[in-house]
Design a protein around this ligand. Structure first.
Ligand code: ADP
Ligand code: ZN
Ligand code: ZN
Length: 743
């Protein structure tokens, strides 16, 4: 006998509540996960439609009380069926419960109260406005913020109040000032359904260049022949990828289908959104993490009702319930934010491919520095490569200098800033140009390196950096290898060996001391805590209220500051020696992005990369902006050690408020894994890189295999094993397949 668990109400709170029904023999083939079914419900056996979320051979319910499913509706499958099937697949591939997966894919149903939105409307004609702009600029103490506001109004016509005071960071006094002068009118609406409603923008009607046309025609041709491989659109920043996406979407909309565009949250800027809006107008909607649950739900409802046909947003936009999805685009495909940090820890690229398969849509990935995994699919022929070899609006690449920090020490400079970088900062200050200093803090645990020769302590088995633990023990997180922390460098005998630790705060103090005349802004997790803290700092820098912006990777991604002509990478080694298999990839990506920040305006930019390992392939390739050189070296190393994509990795994370429970459960799960005789390599449990977080002890078991499916079986075995096991009662187990971040 087969039994089905069924949900009858797709609202968030009710997802936990499932009902068990019997699947009659004649319906056996018609019923799968996601299938809508008609069931008798409650005392009166009212007929309801529900969705199957799980099937099993054993009922978890009193057999006598179980009723039969009445039938399966014959009309076309509703979108919920597709999303529930997707959730089931996600649960299977990435772990977690069905309920967690469902909450991830199904829209939250909830009533919302209308929200008032205010709109700024330019009341001047364009010529007058431009004249006023010139006048503003001529004033002795002109306000950059006012100029920015007027410029934005001239470009856009109408701008929502929220955008003006939030993203553009214009003080409301300026708005009132403009109102008083009758330059603008402020209107208010009670429309809560559409976050972009009523905006007027220039139509986006750029004609594609030859490379762009070629990429588009390959896409259209393969779509027409039903070839249906995913595409990778590979082209440097500014090569015109977004414009190609827009034409691809246009083609799909013409077929009466819909499109989803994923963009990393941080790149979801006003300008980007406006480019889509400029072409598709009210048909496009956006999602971001600032939308309330209710607003998000509205977006989903509008999508389902056919009011919008293009959804632009971060990872979660992937689950937009479009009834006839034709295209999913994932821009900046290499970004680590496409991996969910919550259970199920899915990667958007994989879920996109699955959703596309379920709905018959095409998938397009785009990047200037594709992920090693993505590019390996091109090499294996699983993806079709589309390239944009040059920049649409030609601009020179910045000049890159690599500074060898070992040489600095030898010549007596113990400061974290090299003489070259100091000199370049001075030049910029004197010229009235802006600089950015980037200090990566990605490594969770400290690695040990020699400041004299650059030697880094690594695991002899796994080629990842060892990290320092209590009692001066160095440990490998992948295999558990341990050794005592050395007091002198094993390579050169120097006593300048130790953990590599420095933060943005120290850097700021240092820079302030060296350049007392400089105005400095710092952007990191500490300074961006408040609401809009992030945007405030960025806008202040854009408004040229500071000369130097110091920050973590937050400052590297996706921002355009035309007055920045110098980017200093203070410690490239920080990410290079993070104890993860993908640390070289992350470093290459960050350095390329960092290089891309300098020289966005008319003055060409310069980049200074400081490192103890100037010969490292990731650093050399980034300085030369040579993606393929990086890829070839990196993939050879992944092949050798069977790291993804040349093998699969699973981290079984075990968490507990009780240290002994965490250790015991980890040991038990490990022993069980060994007894499975699966085709995997499992390492003894280790403390996580953050061994204790918010009073929760964290343990990890690293499992490696040539086959992902084998790891899925290991996950299932571990789940079965811990379920109802008394020793695991006070622990939580989570799975992270092909991890992107340290744990
Ligand atoms: P990417 O998405 O690859 O970074 P964009 O699509 O943003 O590149 O293009 C970069 C700039 O070049 C934008 O300002 C865009 O308007 C412009 N652009 C793109 N395609 C063309 C084209 N065919 N002709 C002229 N300008 C273009
Ligand atoms: Zn040394
Ligand atoms: Zn190891």
């Amino acid at each position: 006998m087969t039994y089905a668990k069924i949900i009858v109400d797709i609202s968030h709170e009710k997802l936990d509540k499932t009902f068990t029904y019997r699947v009659p023999e004649q319906l056996r083939d018609a019923v799968g996960v996601g299938t809508p079914v008609v069931i008798p419900f409650g005392k009166g056996n009212r007929r309801l439609t529900g969705f199957v979320v799980a099937l099993s051979d054993t009922p978890e319910f009193d057999l006598k009380k179980i009723k039969d499913i009445i039938g399966v509706p014959t009309d076309a499958l509703p979108i919920e069926a597709e999303l529930i099937a997707l959730a089931a697949w996600m649960r299977e591939r990435f772990g977690g419960t069905m309920n967690q997966a469902l909450k991830c894919v199904l829209p939250i149903k909830r009533k919302t109260t209308p929200k008032e939105t205010k709109l700024l409307h330019l009341a001047l004609d364009e010529a007058t406005a431009k004249e006023e702009l010139v006048q503003l600029h001529r004033r002795a103490r002109h306000s950059v913020a006012k100029e920015r506001l007027l410029t934005a109004l001239i470009e856009q016509g109408d701008i929502p109040w929220d955008v003006v005071v939030g993203k553009l960071d214009i003080p409301s006094a300026h708005i009132r000032d403009f109102e008083k002068k009758a330059w603008i009118s402020v209107t208010s609406s009670r429309d809560y359904r559409n976050p972009l409603k009523g905006m007027q923008v220039r139509p986006n009607e750029i004609e594609l260049n030859d490379d762009q046309k070629k990429a588009l025609s390959v896409f259209l041709e393969e779509r027409r022949t039903g070839e249906d491989k995913p595409f990778l659109l590979y082209g440097v920043t500014g090569s015109g990828k977004t414009q190609v996406y827009i034409e691809m979407i246009e083609a799909v909309l013409r077929e009466g289908k819909q499109a989803i565009v994923l963009i990393p949250e941080i790149a979801l800027t006003y300008q980007t959104v406006m480019r889509f809006y400029g072409r598709f107008g009210e048909k496009v909607s956006i999602m971001n993490s600032r939308l309330s649950d209710g607003e998000r739900c509205d977006q989903f409802e509008r999508a389902k009702a056919g009011e919008v046909s293009v959804m632009v947003g971060p990872r979660s936009a992937l689950f937009t319930p479009f009834p006839d999805l034709g295209l999913i685009i994932i821009d900046e495909e290499h970004e680590t934010t496409y991996k969910s940090e919550q259970v199920p820890k899915y990667h958007a690229a994989e879920v996109a491919k699955k959703r596309a398969a379920l709905s018959g849509a095409s998938v397009v990935f785009g990047s200037a520095t594709p992920s090693v995994t993505g590019f390996s699919f091109v090499k294996s022929g699983a993806y079709t490569l589309l390239t944009l070899p040059s920049r649409a609006a030609a601009k020179a690449l910045p000049e890159c200098h690599i500074v060898d920090l070992r040489e600095e020490l030898k010549s007596g400079n113990k400061n974290m800033l090299s003489r070259l970088l100091l000199a370049k900062i001075r030049e910029r200050l004197d010229a009235g140009e802006q600089s950015m200093l980037f200090m990566n803090r990605r490594g969770l645990a400290g690695f040990i390196s020699c400041r004299e020769c650059g030697y880094v302590l690594k695991c002899p088995h796994c080629d990842v950096s060892l990290s320092l633990h209590r009692g001066d023990i160095m440990r490998c997180h992948y295999c558990g290898y341990e050794t005592a922390a050395p007091k002198i460098c094993p390579e050169c005998g120097s006593k300048y060996i130790g953990t590599f630790r420095a933060g943005t705060e120290q850097l700021e103090e240092n820079v302030a001391k060296l350049f007392p005349d400089a105005r400095i802004l710092r952007m990191d997790a500490d300074t961006t805590k408040g609401k809009d803290g992030h945007d405030k700092i960025l806008s202040a820098f854009a408004n040229r209220e500071a000369d130097i912006l110091i920050g973590t990777q937050m400052i590297v991604k996706g921002h355009d500051f035309s007055a920045v002509t110098l980017m200093g990478v203070v410690a490239a080694d920080m990410s290079l020696h993070a104890a993860d298999y993908n640390s070289a990839e992350r470093t290459f990506d960050l350095l390329c992005q960092a290089a891309g920040r300098a020289g966005r305006g008319s003055v060409p930019g310069e980049v200074v990369i400081q490192t103890y390992q100037p010969g490292h392939y990731a650093i050399k390739a980034a300085a030369a902006q040579d993606y393929e050189a990086f890829y070839e070296t990196e993939i050879a190393y992944r092949k050798l050690l069977h790291y993804p994509p040349c093998g699969a990795l699973l981290v079984i994370q075990i968490l507990s408020a009780y240290e002994r429970d965490a250790d015991e459960a980890a040991d038990l799960v490990f022993a069980m894994l060994i007894s499975q005789k699966a085709k995997v390599q499992a390492a003894h449990p280790v403390e996580a890189q953050i061994a204790k977080l918010k009073d929760i002890y964290r343990r990890a078991i690293y499992v490696k295999s040539a086959s992902y499916d084998e790891l899925v079986r290991i996950k299932d075995a571990a789940e079965r094993f811990t379920e109802g096991n008394a020793a695991c009662r006070r622990t939580v187990m989570r799975f992270d397949f092909n991890p992107m971040y340290g744990f």
